[in-house]
Write a protein that binds this ligand. Structure first.
Ligand SMILES: NC(=O)C1=CN([C@@H]2O[C@H](COP(=O)(O)OP(=O)(O)OC[C@H]3O[C@@H](n4cnc5c(N)ncnc54)[C@H](OP(=O)(O)O)[C@@H]3O)[C@@H](O)[C@H]2O)[C@@H](O)CC1
Ligand SMILES: [K+]
Length: 497
């Protein structure tokens, strides 16, 4: 798990580290610049020429100190500063003075194409508005030079808060960042401008970062699945009720049902249109099948409910949803037509047993009565608004899916790929989350882990089938690769095969 910060949260972490813990800013800067210089040296061959381009804030200070370290290591390095030096930060002025004391003057109007590598520290977490004027000119020259660029902390022009391009932005091959990821590293389009993101420790302590970070991300699949016990039976791992699939969409029910079973669920019962009985029971004989009339007794039977995939958003769905919201007493996962029904009939939700809502951007926009562009402008905020308005855990699905719940840290997902943008993928996700929730996993953990593992299964599918040819069934097929436990013993000492 890694923390993710907004600009202000990083600045608060800086402030506390320097002024309360007592690590001088210049010590942090020296470690940051050493990490940047090391990264630059990995990118240039011997005798390669490096140009360091600094702004006038501390991001520029990191860059100039990196130039000094590169020169100390005998690299052919020039530097330049963009902006009015009279307004520069004290640390930037100091770093520049040190370079001059060592006899290194800034390069005058250098041709960027004469260098093998550019290192840019124009703006970091202090970027506060759209980029224009001389800064815009330099950023455009950097991109037009077609030279590899290393960005200090975050590519200049990318908002650390939203990943938005603030007028223009540097396209980097690698970004070296410090302490924790910034949201702009993980959210699109920023993520595409960063290249590889390397996270370095430079003296911020984990407790300080944890105190200020409002977000986190997962990078390791280990330890995410609920434990399985030697002494257990199918009742131990959850009885899941799925209200899914109308007469034209049996596939949605099949995908969600199989995904929950592949996540380790004990029993899955699908309530669907009667015409789906032969299709579902031949495709997935492991499931129990029920018709809509079984709703009342099925609600008593289950440990967890999935409502929505492939249902259609008509009056019958509305009536069933009203019934579930009134009589259900178990955690509820609302997906697809469950969500469309809520928007269409302007239903309010205040369900005390826990709700996860899994909208894609268009469904999210409808839930908030907003335009999709407003949602895209800050998807973290949109996810938080859905969570707060519907008293739910919101899983807002996009290339970087967000999971939000009031007062908890927000999750930003990094797994997955564009090959997953195809029919059925969302049903698989809904089934995976429900499978985890039904097994007794905390609901927020079920949402986060389901999203992350779904992305990893999609990555495994892409490696096998490629982004064009992979389909939702391939994601299902690869769930086995991400749940682990293949070598786990059934009884002590029984794992040799
Ligand atoms: N604290 C520390 O010691 C450590 C800091 N660290 C490093 O410092 C970085 C943060 O430094 P920072 O806070 O000085 O902000 P930074 O990103 O350099 O930019 C500020 C300058 O940009 C200007 N400006 C902003 N937007 C603009 C625009 N659109 N167009 C034009 N100008 C604009 C802004 O002007 P102003 O808004 O004040 O008018 C100000 O002059 C951080 O990312 C990390 O690299 C690490 O070394 C760890 C230790
Ligand atoms: K930068």
């Amino acid at each position: 798990m890694k923390y993710v910060l907004k600009n202000q949260e990083m600045q608060d972490t800086d402030y506390e580290t320097i002024h309360q813990i007592g690590i001088p800013g210049l010590v942090l800067m020296e470690r940051a610049s050493k990490a940047v210089a090391d990264c630059a040296m990995r990118h240039v061959r011997e005798n390669g020429r490096i140009l360091v381009i600094a702004g006038i804030g501390n991001n520029g200070g990191d860059a100039l100190a990196a130039a000094r370290i590169l020169l100390e290591e005998d690299n052919r390095t020039d530097y330049m500063v963009v902006g009015n030096l009279e307004k520069a930060s004290e640390d930037l002025k100091l770093q520049m003075q040190i370079l001059q004391n060592l006899g290194y003057e800034p390069a005058e109007d250098p041709d960027f194409k004469n260098y093998d590598l550019l290192v840019e520290g124009i703006f970091g977490v202090g970027l506060s508005r759209e980029v224009g004027g001389v800064y815009r000119d330099v950023i455009e020259r950097i991109n037009q030079s077609e030279r590899p660029v290393i960005a200090v902390d975050i590519p200049s022009g990318i908002s650390g808060n939203t990943g938005k391009v603030m007028g223009c932005a540097v396209k980097a091959v690698e970004t070296v960042t410090f302490g924790g990821y910034k949201r702009g590293h993980l959210l699109y389009p920023g993520r595409e401008y960063c290249g590889k993101v390397t996270l370095e420790k430079i003296g911020f302590h984990d407790q300080t970062i944890e105190k200020y970070a409002s977000g986190f991300t997962l990078e390791e699949p280990e330890g995410l699945m609920p434990p399985r016990l030697s002494y257990s039976n199918k009742g131990t791992y959850g009885k899941i009720l799925m209200i899914t699939g109308n007469e034209t969409m049996s596939g949605a029910a099949a995908f969600a049902g199989e995904a929950a079973l592949r996540m380790g669920a004990g029993l899955v019962k699908i309530l669907s249109d009667a015409s789906n009985r032969p299709i579902l029971q031949s495709r997935l004989p492991e499931i129990l099948f029920g018709e809509r009339g079984d709703l009342e007794k099925s609600l008593d039977w289950c440990d967890c409910i999935l409502f929505g995939p492939g249902l259609g958003a008509g009056d019958e769905t509305k009536e069933m949803l009203e019934y579930v919201l009134k009589h259900g007493t178990k955690p509820l996962i609302l997906d697809a037509d469950g969500l469309n029904t809520i928007s269409r009939y302007q239903m309010e939700i205040d369900y005390p047993y826990g709700v996860i809502m899994t909208p894609h951007l268009m469904e999210g926009a409808r839930l908030l009565s907003k335009e999709i562009d407003e949602v895209k402008a800050d998807i973290c905020q949109a996810a938080e608004e859905i969570a707060s308005r519907y008293h739910a855990i919101a899983v807002l699905k996009d290339a970087a899916t967000i999971v939000a719940k009031n007062r908890d840290k927000l999750y930003i997902n990094q797994s997955g790929n564009h090959g997953m943008a195809s029919g059925g993928s969302g049903d698989v996700l809904a089934g995976m989350i429900t499978g985890l929730a039904g097994t007794g996993c905390d609901l927020y953990d079920a949402a986060v882990r389901g999203v992350y593992l779904h992305g990893l299964a999609g990555d495994a599918a892409m490696r096998e089938k490629g982004p064009y040819s992979m389909i939702a069934s391939d994601i299902l097929h690869h769930i086995k690769d991400v749940t682990g436990g293949k070598n786990e013993s059934i009884l002590p000492g029984e794992c040799s095969h």
